[in-house]
Write a protein that binds this ligand. Structure first.
Ligand code: PHB
Length: 370
């Protein structure tokens, strides 16, 4: 297929950023930040630099505050050291011709006192323990069940919004091109959005409007820092990971998409089919359709796409761009491989989380003769 015909290599204006291709690197937790301090390091610089051929890199989920941390070895964006570490990452990606957003993360109830300031309980919309949810707390203890969280008081909510606002400002200082708000996969904002995990009876729970309130306040705060053109969001309407469910995903995400559209952020990335578990088999087409209808800016589809499936879905108007996770772990030059129709390296899931350069920066790129 010639390049001009290949829809994956048709450039795209994402907000006010021009992307040379439609192949997005999905945010991927790799748990390799320097300790203590959760600081991005030279190995992380090399990993992202290798992947700068993506239309856009969405860097891994990054805690906006100490309270927002849920796993050992994940990076933060709340200390000067972390900002300095990320600055080296963004400079390397830009030097290599790429673009990179940061994913802003607060895990809510998916944490553990051992990871929390002063050994406190993790916080959530409601004191509901997610059944079967675990987190990795240390090399010694490994994966453990998360405890029943503490419900945030109404008075604490403005500080949560402030944590995201500061994270957004720090991301700007670190040289990112924009940010993606993590509202997926059972973390804090998802816990507020979905009816099963949000049983509050104040302004932040109960009715649909109330469940949307905190996520929308966070979006407004982040837009206040970055503007609409450089702000995106990630949702997982039917993902079951971290014991999530919602009574009516079409209603919840249809309404959320509508409100996001009114604010006018640049994109929504939708986890349509999660490798961590989906409540529906395959893609939840009714939810996809209502989001696509109610949100008129860019739609990034995610979940088990092959290159050809991405082409077909873009051609059919079901998404504008596609993000790839595990294929990008194993193929630093994924766009080039798609362009050439080359074979892909296989990923080794044993090195997804934590460790050194093995299974991180040592996956080979194609050579000129491949
Ligand atoms: C994980 O660390 O397992 C993880 C982090 C962020 C996600 C999903 C999974 O969105």
């Amino acid at each position: 297929m010639s390049e001009s015909q290949d829809v994956l290599f048709r450039s795209f204006k994402l907000g006010d950023l021009t992307l040379p291709n439609r192949i997005i690197m999905a945010p991927l937790t790799r748990s390799r930040a320097t300790q203590p301090g959760d600081v991005p390091n030279d190995l992380n610089v090399e990993y992202y630099r290798q992947r700068a051929g993506a239309g856009l890199i969405i860097a891994e989920a990054t805690q906006v505050s100490p309270q927002g941390k849920g796993y050992a070895f994940t990076p933060g964006i709340h200390s000067e050291e972390q900002i300095e570490g990320w600055r080296k990452v963004t400079a390397a990606v830009h030097e290599a011709g790429g673009r990179i957003h940061l994913q802003l993360w607060h895990v809510g109830r998916i944490s553990h006192p051992e990871l929390q300031p002063n050994g406190e309980l993790p916080v959530a919309p409601s004191a509901i323990k997610p059944q079967g949810a675990q987190t990795y707390i240390s090399a010694e203890s490994g994966m453990v069940d998360v405890p029943e969280p503490r419900a945030l008081t109404t008075e604490e909510i403005p500080d949560i919004v402030e944590q995201y606002r500061i994270g957004a400002e720090n991301a700007k200082r670190a040289g990112f091109d924009g940010v993606e708000i993590h509202a997926a996969n059972g973390y804090l904002l998802d816990q507020f959005l979905r009816s099963d995990s949000n049983q509050r009876d104040d302004d932040y729970g109960g009715s649909l409007d109330n469940r949307l309130r905190l996520p929308l306040e966070v979006v407004e705060a982040v837009v206040g820092v970055w503007g609409t053109e450089r702000t995106g969001i990630r949702v997982s309407p039917t993902g079951s990971f971290n014991d999530m469910r919602d009574a009516d995903p079409v209603e919840t995400y249809g309404a959320f998409a509508k409100r996001l559209n009114e604010i006018g952020i640049a994109y929504i990335e939708v986890v349509e089919d999660s490798f961590q578990g989906n409540l529906e088999k395959g893609r939840p087409q009714a939810v996809i359709d209502i989001i696509r209808t109610n949100f008129t800016r860019a739609y990034i589809g995610n979940g088990h796409y092959t290159a050809d499936e991405a082409r077909q879905r873009i051609d059919a108007g079901q998404c504008d761009l596609a993000s790839f996770g595990r294929p990008f772990i194993a193929n630093p030059d994924l766009p080039e491989r798609f362009r050439r129709g080359a074979s892909l390296n296989e990923w080794d899931s044993s090195s997804f989380y934590g460790g050194d350069e093995r299974g991180y920066t040592d996956y080979p790129a194609l050579t000129a003769s491949d």
